[in-house]
Design a protein around this ligand. Structure first.
Ligand SMILES: CC(C)(COP(=O)(O)OP(=O)(O)OC[C@H]1O[C@@H](n2cnc3c(N)ncnc32)[C@H](O)[C@@H]1OP(=O)(O)O)[C@@H](O)C(=O)NCCC(=O)NCCS
Length: 157
């Protein structure tokens, strides 16, 4: 495919249906109304990715606070299959990395990836993510049900 223009844009009430459709196509897990309500409040933690003005990707994150630590959790980061390997995933993840860079209180990014998802594992390893744990029976309705926890520690000066 000839390389086109790739951009990120905000998620708004006007375009959130596109994010829903995209996530339905890209992920085997379905997300409920609460997920999308929160996404609308997430500001820079949620973005749509456009390829020549067409929505082809999306990223949704939240801040997780546990044991007194603030961490960024990537809930979804996905791109439509025909538009993969064009750098769209990289642009979305770079946006997340830039966000974390600016927030002195976030030292870590993490996410779950189905153990069979070799492409995503390769993608995240490129950016310095490591498998820190494997959770058995993490997913309820998909096979394999196990998930790797991928994590990247951000060193701050
Ligand atoms: C993982 C995903 C987001 C990658 O998006 P993408 O737009 O294809 O990623 P990029 O084009 O930026 O890839 C950057 C690099 O990651 C690596 N990579 C990406 N996909 C890969 C794959 N399927 N196999 C091996 N390496 C891969 C490559 O090194 C690639 O660089 P290259 O194309 O120059 O070789 C995409 O495959 C996807 O949407 N998958 C389904 C959703 C998902 O599983 N998300 C992860 C859990 S949130």
């Amino acid at each position: 495919m000839k390389r086109g223009r790739i951009e990120l844009g905000d998620v708004t009430p006007h375009n959130i249906k596109q994010l829903k459709l995209l996530n339905q196509v890209v992920f085997p897990v379905s997300y409920n109304d609460k997920f999308y309500k929160d996404v609308l409040e997430a500001g820079e933690l949620a973005k749509l990715a456009y390829y020549n003005d067409v929505v082809v990707g999306g990223v949704c994150c939240r801040i997780d606070v546990s044991e007194g630590q603030r961490r960024l959790y990537i809930m979804t980061l996905g791109c439509l299959a025909p538009y993969r390997r064009l750098g769209i995933g990289t642009l979305m993840l770079q946006h997340v990395l830039n966000y974390v860079e600016k927030d002195a209180n976030i030292h870590c990014i993490f996410l779950h990836v189905q153990v069979s998802n070799d492409g995503a594992l390769d993608f995240y390893r490129n950016f310095g993510f490591e498998v820190v744990e494997t959770k058995e029976h993490y997913y309820k309705r998909i096979e394999p049900a196990d998930a790797h926890v991928l994590q990247k520690t951000i060193s701050k000066s």
